[in-house]
Structure formats: structure tokens, C-alpha cells
Design a protein around this ligand. Structure first.
Ligand code: RFL
Ligand code: PHB
Length: 402
């Protein structure tokens, strides 16, 4: 694509595309190593701070936020659970994550709250974030002087951000991954035959921890956001239309799938947000071409059942920030050269875990009754075996980062 001549040129050390968790964590991590960056984000600040997505943070992400001085509100308003509940065959089973992992907990703190905290802190320390950028395109990534073309507004003049490195943190649909020549990209993908209908409801918590339910009518998940707002999900057909789901129909399915033979009941409230998302597993190898490094959803997608997407995005940029810090300190390119392989080892384990949780907990209409019995047997084995529960727990709270 021919680029218009830019009439304004800015320079920084690392140009970051995207102000999601990957881009914002990277900017903060680099700042703490004395490395300058500028983020170009296509959406508005209100847009990124208002998008409802992930909820669960791994223990090391919580520790990292605290070490960076960014965890104050999370520690006050987050929810710290010592375990999760698995429900199948109309019975509940508690998995005590803290006991199984030497004290690690599950932290429920919404992704958009993390985004709000990171944006506010970044702007306070004078970090550059251009919101509402358009026509963002990484260029000259093969050489030593890459640049990012962009416009500040759709009708604004073409501008250019010159930098030493580009971090493509622009999610699954951004321009960074396609900037790696197709012939050099190896993409692995599975599209799952499930959708999640997610709701936010104004209601008090129904249960002290998350409930993952495998029910003959399909998967359901109970999560939380605050003492006043709860987050719940239902397995639906990925092609289904949200218009087919009245609030009454949603509550009736949630009651059927989440309540079991004991006296526990789900508390209802007004539903103020609902939507359906599809699910895929995706990995792009390698995650680097020349001076462009892709991170987070730009490089990989997991189905949300394992609660890994946001955490993996932070893991990638922690590896990248260390590699860039070593480069600027000593000139060594060892970390940068190893970036993709280091990240991919963790990513494939998270892909495996997310795939395992997804196939075990959902009802796949294409599977035979035999295969469905196998998933129930797997769940039954899991809750009776400390070894199997430990394997689940150590993946769920997050594999060690170092
Ligand atoms: P993001 O968050 O998509 O951010 C990318 C940013 O790039 C911007 N962008 C551009 N900017 C400039 N120019 C362009 N051309 C651009 N194109 C895009 C976008 O506007 C955006 O701001 O990617 P990042 O940073 O890699 O973070 C990934 C996470 O957001 C994602 O993996 C998680 O939300 C996944 N996920 C979960 N992850 C967890 O760790 N725990 C969970 O409990 C969890 N639950 C979930 C989830 C995702 C869900 N959905 C909606 C897919 C639950 C759900 C329902
Ligand atoms: C959420 O609270 O949004 C959430 C929790 C657990 C998951 C996925 C999403 O596995």
C-alpha cells in the first residue's frame, strides 16, 4: 500500500500498537527500565475502558501489578478466591487451589478495571498514548529503522512514529500479524463449535467462588465483578442471535444448568449487558519478524474456559521487556532472538490447558454419547484424584513465570 508523505514525525524507542493489556503492561514495564515508548490505539479511552472481557488474573500477574505499584485498587476491590467449584452430574466439587498450589489464589478483577488503572498511571507519568488513531501500519520492519504510519483522526494528516522496535499488541484483528510475510508465518487454528452468551447482572453474589458446570443442556459459568454486579455465561450455538435470548430464557437456562440437588439457588437481578462470542484456539509462529514483535491476542487466542488470554498477553510482554532492556543495556540480541521460542513454550501449554477445560466442560453436539461419557469420567476422576486436581490447579493459578 502506498503511504502518503507524513507531515509530522515523532520518535521513540519502542512504538507500541494497541492499548490492551499487552500494550499497556509493556509500556509500564519498559518505563521502569528507563525505555521510552508511545502507544497508538485505534479506539477511544472510554471505548477501551468500557469493554467487558476477562475476569481472572493469575497469581504472578497480581504480584507483578503490586511490584509495579499498580495494584492498589485491585487489592481493595478485587475478589480473592481460594478455589473454584466444578459441577457435573448434578453435584458440586470444590477444588481447593490454595491448598493444592502452596497458597496461590484466584483473583477476579475485571480486565477493563486493569485497563483503567494502567491508562491512568501511564498518563500520570507522562507516557504517550494516542487514542483514536487510524490507518495504523507498521513499516520497514526488516531494517534497523522501523516506523509506524498513522493518523490522529480519520481525516487528520498522515504522521509517522519512528522507533527502534515495534511491538504489535493490537489483538487478533490488528495490522501487526499480517505485516509478517505470509510465507514466513505458520498459523495453527481450531474453531470450537461453541459460543458463550455472557451477561452482566445487578445482583449480589450467589456463591463465594466461580462455578464451572457441565450440564446436559450445555456448559454454564458463574463469575463475579463486584458485590453489586455478577458475570455469568451460558454455552450457546456460536451462530445464535442474542435477539433470541430474552432475560427470562437466560435465567431459566442458568437455573437449570447451575443449580443442583442441594439447596443452593442462583440469585437473579436485572440484566444490563448481554452478548454472544465465538471461540477459537489459534497460534502464530514465529512471533517476530525483523524489528516487529507480536504479543498477546495478536499472536494467539485461547477459548476463555481456562481464563488464560489476558495472562498470556502479560507473560509475552514481560519476556519482551526483559529482552529489550538487555538490548539497551548491553547491546545483546540474545533475548530478542529467543523471544518467540520462549513465549511459545508457555503459549502451547496454555493452549493445551484451555482446550482441555473447553472439551471437558462443554457439550459438543457433534460428539457421540460415548465421547460425552468419557468427559464425565474425566471429571469424576479429576475430583477424586489429588494428583489430577493438582495438575488442574497449577495450570489455573498460572505456571511459574521464571
Ligand atoms: P486486546 O485486549 O484485544 O487489545 C488490543 C488493542 O489493540 C487495539 N487495536 C488497534 N490499535 C491501533 N491500530 C489498529 N489497527 C488496531 N487494531 C486493534 C484494540 O482496540 C485493542 O485496544 O489484546 P491483548 O492486549 O493482547 O489482550 C488480550 C486479552 O484482551 C484477551 O486475551 C482476554 O480478554 C481473553 N479473555 C480472558 N483472559 C483471561 O486471562 N482471563 C479471563 O477470565 C478471560 N475471560 C476473555 C475472557 C475474553 C473474552 N472475550 C470477549 C473474547 C472472557 C471473554 C468473554
Ligand atoms: C469472567 O469472569 O469473565 C471469566 C471467569 C472465568 C473464565 C472466563 C471468564 O474462565
Amino acid at each position: 500500500m502506498a503511504q502518503a508523505t507524513p507531515n509530522s514525525i515523532t520518535r521513540t524507542q519502542v512504538g507500541i500498537i494497541g492499548a490492551g493489556p499487552a500494550g499497556l503492561f509493556l509500556a509500564h514495564l519498559l518505563h521502569r527500565q528507563g525505555i521510552e515508548s508511545v502507544i497508538l490505539e485505534s479506539r477511544s479511552r472510554a471505548g477501551i475502558e468500557g469493554t467487558i472481557r476477562a475476569g481472572v488474573l493469575e497469581q504472578w500477574v497480581v504480584d507483578l501489578m503490586n511490584r509495579m505499584g499498580l495494584g492498589g485498587r485491585m487489592m481493595r476491590e478485587g475478589h480473592f478466591h481460594s478455589g473454584i467449584t466444578l459441577r457435573f452430574d448434578h453435584r458440586s466439587h470444590h477444588i481447593d487451589m490454595a491448598d493444592l498450589t502452596g497458597g496461590k489464589r484466584v483473583t477476579v478483577y475485571a480486565q477493563h478495571e486493569v485497563i483503567r488503572d494502567l491508562v491512568a498511571a501511564r498518563l500520570e507519568e507522562g507516557g504517550g498514548i494516542v487514542f483514536g488513531a487510524s490507518d495504523v501500519q507498521p513499516l520497514d520492519i526488516d531494517g534497523t529503522a522501523p516506523r509506524i504510519a498513522f493518523r490522529r483522526t480519520p481525516d487528520g494528516p498522515p504522521e509517522e512514529l519512528r522507533c527502534d522496535f515495534i511491538a504489535g499488541c493490537d489483538g487478533f484483528h490488528g495490522p501487526s500479524r499480517p505485516a509478517i510475510p505470509a510465507a514466513l508465518r505458520n498459523e495453527f487454528q481450531t474453531v470450537h463449535p461453541f459460543g458463550w452468551l455472557g451477561i452482566l447482572t445487578e445482583a449480589p453474589p450467589s456463591h463465594p467462588e466461580l462455578i464451572y458446570a457441565n450440564h446436559e443442556r450445555g456448559f454454564a459459568l458463574l463469575s463475579t465483578r463486584s458485590p453489586e454486579v455478577q458475570r455469568l455465561y451460558l454455552q450457546v450455538d456460536p451462530g445464535d442471535d442474542i435477539a433470541h435470548w430474552s432475560d427470562d430464557r437466560i435465567w431459566s437456562e442458568l437455573h437449570a444448568r447451575l443449580e443442583d440437588r442441594d439447596s443452593w439457588t442462583l440469585t437473579e437481578g436485572p440484566i444490563f449487558q448481554k452478548g454472544i462470542i465465538g471461540m477459537r484456539s489459534f497460534v502464530c509462529e514465529p512471533m517476530r519478524h525483523g524489528r516487529l514483535f507480536i504479543a498477546g491476542d495478536a499472536a494467539h487466542i485461547v477459548p476463555p474456559t481456562g481464563a488464560k488470554g489476558l495472562n498470556l498477553a502479560v507473560a509475552d510482554v514481560l519476556v519482551l521487556s526483559r529482552a529489550l532492556a538487555a538490548f539497551y543495556r548491553t547491546g545483546s540480541t540474545e533475548g530478542l532472538d529467543g523471544y518467540s521460542a520462549t513465549c511459545l513454550r508457555r503459549i502451547w501449554k496454555a493452549e493445551r490447558f484451555s482446550w482441555y477445560m473447553t472439551t471437558m466442560l462443554h457439550r459438543n453436539p457433534a460428539e457421540s454419547p460415548f465421547e460425552q461419557r468419557i468427559h464425565l469420567a474425566e471429571l469424576d476422576y479429576l475430583v477424586q484424584s489429588r494428583a489430577a486436581m493438582t495438575a488442574l490447579a497449577e495450570n489455573y493459578v498460572g505456571l511459574p513465570m521464571d
